[in-house]
Design a protein around this ligand. Structure first.
Ligand code: GN1
Ligand code: MG
Length: 354
């Protein structure tokens, strides 16, 4: 049992504790009590999120904004206050914990089992974006500064290459070259954000399908979770990160690269769901959707590569070279997107023309 759960007001006495291994950052546990109630308990990774108050405050601001606004209901999970009336529990040993009631009958998928699953995911993230349309993005604290600043991600990669802390650089010539040759294209959206040709919005920034809770039976989306990275950003990044993860034909850490490709049917259904649910996208945002997918995939690839060079400090791993394997799948996807570029653009046109 994780002792931290006793600091939250649960229905019944906690008696079961099972770790859920799905995110790469926090540690997550499913707690069951002797009355059969269930809770999610999370240890917050403060190496990644040093300011726990900032993430909890952002969450609070978004929840109260979404509670009563015009775009229809946007269900959200609600974190419990501790018995000491705090938004999280500080265990005195540097650990911060938070908890919420497990949503009955909910699951989160590691990949879509069908086009319908991915359509649901697209609608959930599209709706989330739309619902936050009038939210003053500048009110949000930047929980991770420069999170999707691709220019800065390249700077971090160069730092990691120069420091070469683990002596891994020598084996990575091809990967480094692959990333650096694509820098200009990868940074284009960031420049468009800076010069105002794409609007800065309040965005989710971590739109993997496993960040949507789905109903186990109906397979309908219940709500979007993991709001730690909700910050000012680009809608096309939310679109793109979801494609990177969910429209790939293989797992993010697949070692057999022949299995990794972009599934254009999944791409199409996601464009449809996202644009239907978010009618406030501008024509320029819509035109940039393929570049959003490209940018998020390449950026994630260089983040995995930089972390591998740094000795796997950021993304948790459960086997050696897992971060390198993750970088490889992202780069393989990039190659496939380059091959399928015209089709991606064509699909966006077909799905968004009236
Ligand atoms: C991390 O925690 P998780 O698995 O939802 C990361 C995302 C990456 C993702 C790659 C705060 O998300 O940015 O895209 O791994 N989150 C953070 O799978 O860095
Ligand atoms: Mg997550």
């Amino acid at each position: 049992m994780k002792e931290a759960i006793f600091h939250f007001p649960t229905d019944g006495r906690p008696c079961g504790c099972e770790q859920i291994k799905s995110g790469h950052i926090h540690e997550t546990y499913l707690i069951t009590t002797d009355t059969g109630s269930q809770y999610i308990l999370q240890w917050i990774n403060q190496y990644v999120f040093p300011n726990v108050n900032a993430i909890m405050n952002n969450m609070q601001a978004i929840s109260s904004f979404l509670k009563d606004q015009k775009h229809g209901k946007t269900p959200m999970i609600r974190y419990l206050n501790t018995r000491e009336c705090q938004t999280y529990y500080d265990d005195g040993e540097g650990g911060a914990w938070r908890a919420y009631r497990y949503v009955d009958n909910s699951i989160c998928l590691q990949r879509p089992d069908s086009l319908e699953d991915f359509y649901e995911c697209a609608r959930a993230f599209g709706h989330f974006q739309y619902a936050l349309n009038d939210f003053p993005a500048q009110q949000l604290e930047e929980t991770i500064p420069n999170f999707h600043n691709t220019v800065d991600r390249y700077r971090q990669l160069r730092d990691a290459i120069r420091r070469d802390e683990k002596g891994r650089r020598a084996e990575l010539g091809a990967e480094i070259d692959f990333a650096l040759r694509r820098e200009e294209k990868a940074c284009r959206l960031h420049h468009m954000m800076e010069n105002g040709s794409l609007p800065t919005r309040a965005t989710h920034n971590d739109t993997k399908i496993n960040n949507v809770l789905m109903d186990k039976d109906t397979r309908k989306a219940i709500c979007v979770i993991d709001l730690d990275t909700v910050m000012p950003g680009l809608s096309v990044y939310d679109f793109g990160d979801a494609i990177r993860f969910g429209a790939s034909t293989a797992a993010e850490d697949e070692r057999d690269l022949s299995k990794v490709a972009l599934d254009l049917d999944l791409f199409r259904i996601f464009v449809r769901g996202f644009c239907e649910a978010c009618p406030s996208l501008t024509p320029e945002e819509i035109r940039m959707l393929p570049l959003g997918a490209y940018t998020m995939t390449l950026e994630c690839g260089i983040r995995f590569l930089a972390d591998y060079l740094n000795g796997d400090k950021y993304f948790s791993i459960d086997r050696e070279k897992q971060n390198l394997d993750r970088a490889h799948t992202q780069f393989k996807l990039i190659e496939d997107m380059e091959r399928k570029w015209d089709e991606m653009e064509q699909i966006v046109k077909e799905e968004t023309e009236d």
